[in-house]
Design a protein around this ligand. Sequence first.
Ligand code: NAD
Length: 295
Amino acid sequence: MLTFFLSEAKQFCVMDRERIKEAVRKTLSEGKKITVLTGAGISAESGIPTFRGPDGFWTIGSRNYQPQEIATFWMFKRRPYDVWSWYLYRIKLCRKAKPNRGHIAVADMEKILGDSFMLITQNVDGLHLRAGNTLKRTYQIHGNIFYIRCSEECSREIYPLPDGIKGKDKGEEITEEEKRLLRCPRCGAIARPHVLWFDESYDEKYFYWDSSLRVARETGLLITVGTSGATNLPNQILWTVYSEGGTIIDVNIEENPFGRIAKETPFGMFIKEKSSKVLPEIAGIIAEVKNELER
Ligand code: NAD
């Protein structure tokens, strides 16, 4: 019995090209979308640490904080420049990083599929756009680290990070000149990074709540990549696709809740492998099926 379960589990942890082909064929012939939902894991191979590894820690004074404690409005209200110091360190990492083969494959999928494609990303690093995905078909549901907005909400405007703001090394303090630049251009209040913090809620204007759920209802195949599945909207997207009878393919180097649900969907699977290896193969399969349907 155990052997049966083990072989069953193994079977769904590897990439099954025929099942993927079937899922793509069914999705496109029904006029539905192929949607990719990405998390921090896709950017790990570009050198941007996920929040779960040891590199996520941040020291303020003598205490180590987890990202879940720093990336909060609560912390920003109390120690805005310690929070900015952490963000400017992450900005430095993100500027240095280059899109990897996984990001490029996702951009290829958009080129192949056009309006039958949608990308929903939890990443704030901008790498998908740098790889070639378009803003028209990309929802950055946790914001983008290269943008700021007013922390007092004097308006709903979003502004690019001011030119004089450079990335910082770990632990470097914010200078007086940087404090002067990190202000709301409209009212002069302190500016904040344009990201969704752990103690904040999604909305449509900044974080595409309604639009993402609409896309989920139009999705026949959802490819989830490098996410631990701990955030609200990605879970809602997953359950929407699941309850509408869509296929879910999960790509992750570790077992995770999305992988378990993916295995229960028609043609679904969990592929336990790095995204930079799997996504180019899936993009190739999508191109093959698209050609076949157009012949
Ligand atoms: P997470 O840190 O909770 O989980 C990352 C997941 O990626 C893990 O399940 C891990 O097993 C997997 N992973 C690591 N390397 C991988 C690889 N090469 N291929 C496939 N999978 C891999 O990340 P999350 O679920 O995105 O949620 C955390 C929050 O942190 C999100 O809100 C996100 O916005 C934010 N975040 C963003 C970045 C970024 O923009 N690059 C980085 C860290 C955290």
